[in-house]
Design a protein around this ligand. Structure first.
Ligand code: PLP
Length: 400
């Protein structure tokens, strides 16, 4: 019944899109302005300079009016030529989709994988990348592509280790990193980690609606784009980077989402990125404490790479995770992430990113706990009480 009005606020606890703060909604509600006028140019220059601070880069950050998938395509088509070999790594569903895209674009992706579902439970094994690059004496591999925060599993890979692996092999391949769901929630350093193209999106840590996405671009990637032969036009960096120098775009940008981005950048940079990251780490630890108290298993098996963005909760044998999620949605107006690809029906994902607080997460855990009880999932104890205790005993430095 479409006329039915559920009272109270919906709990959007999927790992993106994440809840959009009122302050950003208000910023986006202002009238759309002339994208070639002086007011727009000033906005463009301001936000293009601020956005670099979030990627931690001195170089250009290209913004597309597209979802993250578009920015994936932009990264590949700007830098590569038909038939180029690319080394990709199976961390989960999103890495798999990016690999499929590379094949569809006429590239030759090689997909490094661990046996069974191991790769979906651990981060990127950088030594596998190093070993493969060392074998490639002809330097046929043109790019290494990895997902930083794998949204389908809740594993955040060590990108600095991937950089070290490429350097240890003495290999010139470009390093491309998808941090669509990691940026502005998990620590990320484009320049320091020697990343050539960083791909991100608006609807996760940046707390915006879906609709804009990003490529942060190194000098080496810009040079590669001048030789690369895959067809590109809408995605081509050169015209955008040129127009961006004065704060404009070569086509109509997503004006109102850019208002929102400017506001989000003020919020994130005003708070300080380190504080933003600490807040996410603490929420993630509280949620894991709850999962442990329930006696359930977390999808990520290596504590060094637990995601600060989301936690994958594995259901016991014989329980359909999608049924549990459906009941939780219908009964408690709470959206949780579904198991994707190989993990379909086996787990649900709790998003703890963006505009949350302790009590949003306690309510979320309450919905999970009640829903699991109602569907007969055997629980060892109360996750809600365990998380409350965790949050009470682990204040942030800014908590009074
Ligand atoms: N990569 C990752 C890690 C993601 O989480 C997503 C979306 O959730 C994508 C790529 C695809 O982005 P989009 O759905 O915005 O096109």
């Amino acid at each position: 019944n479409l006329d039915f009005h559920a009272s109270g606020r919906h709990f959007l606890q999927i790992p993106g899109p994440s809840p959009v703060p009122d302050r950003i909604l208000r910023a986006m509600s202002l009238p759309t302005i002339d994208h070639r006028g002086p007011e727009f140019g000033a906005l463009g220059r301001e936000l293009l300079s601020k956005v670099r601070q979030v990627f931690k880069t001195e170089g250009p950050v290209v913004i597309y009016p597209a979802s993250g998938t578009g920015a994936w395509e932009a990264a590949l088509t700007n830098t590569l030529s038909p038939g180029d070999q690319v080394l990709m790594y199976e961390t989960g569903h999103f890495a798999t989709l990016w690999q499929k895209m590379a094949r569809r674009l006429g590239l030759e992706p090689e997909f490094l994988s661990l046996p069974g579902d191991e790769g979906w439970r651990l981060g990127v094994q950088a030594e596998m990348i190093e070993a493969r690059l060392k074998e490639d004496r002809e330097h046929a591999i043109k790019a290494v592509c990895v997902v930083h925060n794998e949204t389908s599993t809740g594993v955040t890979s060590d990108i600095a280790a991937v950089r070290r692996a490429i350097d240890a092999a003495g290999h010139p391949a470009l390093l491309m990193v998808d941090t669509i769901s990691g940026l502005a929630s998990a620590d990320y350093r484009h320049d320091e980690w020697g990343v050539d193209v960083t791909i991100s999106g608006s609807q996760k840590g940046l707390m915006l609606p879906p609709g804009i996405s990003f490529n942060a671009v190194s000098d080496k990637a810009l040079s590669a784009s001048r030789q690369a032969k895959l067809p590109k036009s809408f995605w081509a960096w050169d015209e955008i980077v040129e127009a961006n120098k004065t704060g404009y775009w070569p086509y109509t940008p997503n004006t109102n989402l850019l208002y929102g981005l400017n506001e989000a950048l003020d919020m994130l940079l005003g708070e300080g990125l380190d504080h933003v990251f600490a807040r996410h780490q603490r929420w993630a630890a509280g949620v894991r404490t709850a999962v442990e108290a329930w006696g359930l298993e977390i999808q990520c098996r290596d504590p060094k790479v637990y995601s600060p963005v989301l936690t994958g909760v594995i259901m016991p044998e014989g329980v359909d995770a999608d049924e549990v999620r459906r009941l939780i949605y219908e009964r408690f107006d709470l959206s949780l992430g579904m198991g994707l690809g190989k993990a379909k029906g086996r787990m649900f994902r709790i998003g703890h990113l963006g505009d949350c607080n302790d009590l949003t997460l306690i309510a979320t855990l309450g919905g999970c706990e009640a829903g699991m009880k109602l569907t007969g999932v055997p629980l060892k104890g109360s996750g809600v009480l365990a998380a409350l205790e965790y949050f009470a005993n682990h204040p942030l430095d800014t908590d009074r």
